[in-house]
Design a protein around this ligand. Sequence first.
Ligand code: COA
Length: 225
Amino acid sequence: MSTQLWWVNPETMVVSPAALALLSEQERAQHQRFIPPKKRHEYLATRVLVRSVLGRALDVEPQTLQFTANAWGRPTLWPPAPLHFNVSHTDGLLVCLVSPNPEIGVDTERLARATDLLALAPNVFAPQELSDLAALPAGEQAHRAVWLWTLKESYIKARGMGMALALDGFAFRFDTDRVRLEVSPALEDDGARWQFQTHQLGLHCVSTAMAGPMEDLLPVRQFHP
Ligand SMILES: CC(C)(COP(=O)(O)OP(=O)(O)OC[C@H]1O[C@@H](n2cnc3c(N)ncnc32)[C@H](O)[C@@H]1OP(=O)(O)O)[C@@H](O)C(=O)NCCC(=O)NCCS
């Protein structure tokens, strides 16, 4: 199977007995523990999307899938399977990247958050990213900031180490024809071995990170519950 990017608007997914039946007992208990209805629904929708997409790809019943998490909380299939995934959720969008490649990450944000994220830039972006940002016309900076944010998150998530990875230890540079990653030696990685793609899905931006040779533009598929 080639790498695929799946998306769904969680608000279109209904809480039905059939949806709940896809979850493990532990996931159903976790689902009940969420107090804000929106978070509770997001949790259910994520489990349904991940289990359905992986179940189809592996040709197994989705409710039989089991998961574990690494030391930094990244979920993976257990026992290990020839298929890997990473998910991201934000208001109005849930995305799941599925691939035979274990080194993948995805992140999404609402484009409307651009100005808020620009305000956070000094705390989260690397010095090179900040100087590139400052060199842009003022009207383009917020747009760059939201894409940069999702690219940085996609890389963090592909590395599987969450916030243990220093945010100023790696920098995305925007060349005219591609996005390039520079990594400080402390992070023990080679930026050139990564490829990144950006997709705009309606009012959301989505960035993906994948290690390995350049792939064609990812197929983007809508999930129909
Ligand atoms: C832990 C982290 C992955 C959370 O990311 P997030 O942007 O808040 O949330 P997302 O919706 O994109 O991703 C959450 C999903 O990532 C997955 N995930 C959790 N830990 C992960 C890890 N260590 N590595 C990869 N994926 C992880 C999970 O599937 C999770 O969803 P689930 O809990 O429903 O299963 C991490 O990157 C983080 O804490 N970021 C904080 C935000 C920040 O300051 N970013 C700066 C960007 S410049």
